[in-house]
Write a protein that binds this ligand. Sequence first.
Ligand SMILES: Cc1ncc(C[n+]2csc(CCOP(=O)(O)OP(=O)(O)O)c2C)c(N)n1
Ligand SMILES: [Mg+2]
Length: 567
Amino acid sequence: MSATDTYLLLRAFCDELARCGMEHACTAPGSRSTPIVLSLVREPRIHAWSQIDERSAGFFALGAAKRSGRPVAVTCTSGTAAANLAPAVIEARHARVPLIVLTADRPPELRDVGAGQTIDQLKLYGDTVKWFFEVGVHEATPAALRFVRTLACRAYWTAAHGPPGPVHLNFPLREPLVLDAPLPDDSTGRGDGRPYVIVDAPIESVPSGGRYPFGRIVIVAGADRDPIAGRELAGFAAHAGIPLLADPLSGARQGHAAIAHYDLLLRDPEFGLAHRPELVIRTGDLPTSKPLRAWLAGLDAAQIAIDPDGNWHDPDAVVGTRVRASVRALLDGLTAGEVVPVAPEWLASWQAADAAAGAALAGVLGDELSEPLVARSLGEWLGARDTLFVASSMPIRDVELYLPAREDGPRVLSNRGANGIDGTVSAAFGAAAAGDGPIVLLIGDVALAHDVGGLMAARRLGLALTIVLLNNDGGGIFHFLPVAGEADAFEEHVATPHGLEFAHAAALYGCGFERPRTLDELRRAVETSVADNDATTIIEVRTDRVENLELHRRAADAALGAVRQCA
Ligand SMILES: Cc1ncc(C[n+]2csc(CCOP(=O)(O)OP(=O)(O)O)c2C)c(N)n1
Ligand SMILES: [Mg+2]
């Protein structure tokens, strides 16, 4: 087997990925992976982005796939390099993101004999991937070329559909690893640039002619991978008069039926009791909100979960019916004109409470810079062209709690598959690489410190990102938990203050840095950065963890008071 064989096969492999629709890939440096890296780089339809750290590479590819909805490949060399992709692979599995992992490996004769940088990479990610395949070593015969073309298509379509997720192909590669002669032509591809194998998305068989549901119904809309579905769902809920408790990740927090402050409303047991529905329709992933989850768990209403992949999101075991369909297909199947009007008081009562809670919150937040106010303001300032990428911990909770319902608001993305704070900067850069329109990342200081190396993409890849950093010098979220009372260990081992001066990180990685002191200054800094397509800026808002806890409590108390008053 020669380098020509290796490169002929890999060129066919990458050709098929591109024919299937791949537009982005991410590489990390190494020797053994050279043939894979060069083949991706030399495939003109695929933009190959380079990352130094494999953990960042994995998350970068994840972010690109999440935003574009298309499979993205990530490749790395053998050994611990491949292990560093594991967090992104896990997130991809749980968040249903199509990721194609291409690891380089030693050929069989160099395994388990003390050869350098060699570990057991077979099924390295276990059951986390949808499919693992050991590619083997082949001469580039016509039969082998057809085999790798099929393999690429199978990897692509397996990652793309039913449900989307990660796949792993392990490539044993023999030296020599670079070519010493031009590659001959290969005519094994199909005519017209078609993929060698097309696997259609499963056709949805949704009963048509269904009726609009009616009665005391609520819709709980969680994260959906389809950016259009949320808007359609909001339109349906508004038309049918059904309160829509919409996580911002659903894209459905819009329209006049959207109830933005469900988390606060449902903290009031009386409100929860008075607003018990007869039917709950749940779409997408289950939202994070604890009061919402607790309320759903305690209802005796019928609960229907709608999900195209039949995802089983029901930690409290209360769902009685599962419908395996996308929201859009279901809505298409409904017969318009068959609307049975619901008593208008049902929605009106939710709306009144929502408005009262919103006004009370606004009163408490005022215009002094704080974590909740930053989250809410971004939701008000950013438009439909913008994407708000939100880190785990308090940023995603604040966004769920405070983002206003709004037409033409930003698309909201987050790594909520496994709720990690890792790889967030890299994932946001990946999202920036794979679409048009600005990306704003809302992130805490610990999450930024965790993936500070991800900032390298600003300098090396020339990508633009607006990073709004909520710096409360530690994990502010832990103040909301009982562990905050364990004084002997809390600060050092749980909250983990670090005193990092992020301006230095900005300087190291060639990013701009701003520290606005007022809401107006923040708005100007965000608008300036968003308008600049060439630069990454860190906009730091300094806050205090204890004051943040108190502010959240005051805001929630005020909202609850207002809800009770309007009951
Ligand atoms: C990879 C990973 N490690 C640890 C955790 C546990 N964890 C959850 S939130 C958090 C602190 C995050 O702090 P920061 O990003 O500053 O946000 P804040 O809580 O201050 O809003 C940690 C360590 C996690 N979710 N993921
Ligand atoms: Mg913090």
